[in-house]
Write a protein that binds this ligand. Structure first.
Ligand SMILES: NC(=O)c1ccc[n+]([C@@H]2O[C@H](COP(=O)([O-])OP(=O)(O)OC[C@H]3O[C@@H](n4cnc5c(N)ncnc54)[C@H](O)[C@@H]3O)[C@@H](O)[C@H]2O)c1
Length: 378
């Protein structure tokens, strides 16, 4: 029998955006084997997709409840060990909770739930078990982001004094100006998406990123969001001022109506000695800035990088790695945790990061709705 970790998948079918990323990432270090799942709620699509990717169909189930009921009948050595939840947001909480209650580790897409309350319940459920919940803030798997984190922790930029994260996309621009189109996507439907679109979808990546690289906690936020149309219930653009302390302040700038932008996610952290800058669309370059000196560009795979960063490069320097590799590094960390092997806690985001993300979304919306006021995070 294969020694690979038995992985189930919920969502991520042929019609999805994120499914292929998880499938490729899970196979990247030969640690996981996909054994079944529910890829689509429509049976023909579900089974048709499984056949298309060459998966044995005996463990492709008609729905989530059937997956749980059938899997727990199997001997433990055959049963799925971990299940990735890649569905629209509103299904994350009920699926993740039931998986934990039935003894499965969980890999959950972000945002982890649709409310902060649900996130707290999920944390309680996880604490009652001995199980892992990883939340796939994909970008934390990039080698140069991991290098940035380690350099900041080592004091290479001194004391952090300015934080700036931007995530600009333009994909919703062709949709938002057409009423019929905007009424027909799940990301603009609060029942499926939760209380936020832009902040929940990409603001949460920026928030997680600044806490990940600086190891600081955002204490309060002040938000100004844009909805563009009165009948649109969901933010599609927003600027959020963040405060970690009296001396460490910054901004998260997010948009899905930055026309023409693709995934322009940048993070810039400035200390009293130096600064570090990174851009998702050119992820193999990390810029190190010092007063009066030429800019330095650090790249993956070189021995000057930290152990954590090098752990995430599979090839010698000069072979560009991208978002698939970044997610692959997250799966690699999760595999170590499932196998009870030693790992760096920075190797994958956990339920605590998912909970922080939900706290951020809720307080950001509150700040805007209460007239752009400062709101404290828990
Ligand atoms: N980490 C990232 O960078 C990143 C990027 C994109 C999306 N996401 C997240 O991934 C999730 C999915 O996003 P997407 O863009 O792939 O969505 P999508 O709409 O493209 O795909 C959703 C998939 O879920 C399936 N699905 C729906 N209901 C289901 C059910 N009841 N049972 C089983 N499958 C079901 C659909 O058939 C489809 O395959 C969202 O939570 C989103 O926020 C994360």
């Amino acid at each position: 029998m294969s020694s690979k970790i038995r992985l189930g998948i919920l969502g991520g079918g042929g019609d999805s955006l994120i499914g292929v990323l998880h499938r490729v990432a899970s196979s990247m270090y030969d640690q996981f084997q996909i054994v079944g799942g529910v890829f689509n709620p429509v049976w023909e699509e579900n089974i048709g997709f499984a056949e298309k990717i060459g998966l044995a169909t005996n463990r492709v189930y008609k729905d989530f409840d059937t997956l749980i009921a059938e899997e727990i009948k199997l001997p433990k050595v055959e049963r799925m060990q971990v299940v990735s939840v890649l569905t629209p947001n509103f299904l994350h909480f009920p699926m993740a909770k039931k998986l934990l209650e039935n003894g499965f580790h969980v890999i959950c897409e972000k945002p982890m739930t649709t409310t902060y309350e649900e996130a707290k319940i999920l944390l309680h459920t996880q604490q009652m078990s001995n199980l892992i919940v990883a939340v796939t803030y994909t970008y934390t798997g990039y080698p140069m982001i991991r290098q940035m984190k380690k350099m900041i922790a080592k004091g290479d930029i001194g004391n952090v004094q300015k934080i700036d994260a931007q995530y600009y996309q333009g994909w919703i621009n062709p949709i938002i100006h057409d009423k019929e189109k905007r009424d027909n996507i799940w990301r603009l439907n609060p029942e499926k998406s939760g209380i936020s679109c832009c902040i929940g979808d990409i603001g949460t990546h920026a928030f997680d990123m600044i806490e990940y690289v600086t190891e600081l906690k955002v204490k309060s936020v002040l938000a100004d969001l844009n909805y563009l149309y009165r009948d649109n219930k969901m933010d599609i653009d927003g600027t959020v001022l963040v405060r970690c302390s009296e001396n460490v302040k910054g901004v998260i700038r997010t948009s899905q109506i930055a026309t023409g932008e693709e995934n322009n996610f940048t993070v810039q952290i400035y200390g009293d000695k130096a600064g570090l800058k990174w851009e998702q669309e050119n992820p193999n370059y990390l810029y190190f800035l010092e007063d009066g000196k030429p800019i330095q560009v650090l790249k993956p795979g070189h021995i000057y990088n930290s152990e954590l960063s090098l752990e995430g490069s599979k090839l010698p320097p000069g072979h560009p790695e991208g978002i698939f590799d970044s997610m692959g590094n997250i799966y690699k960390g999760i595999a170590k945790a499932i196998k009870n092997e030693a790992y760096d806690s920075a190797e994958f985001p956990t339920i605590i990061d998912g909970l922080r993300g939900m706290n951020f979304i809720e307080k950001t919306i509150q700040s805007h709705q209460n007239g752009n006021v400062w709101v404290k995070l828990d």
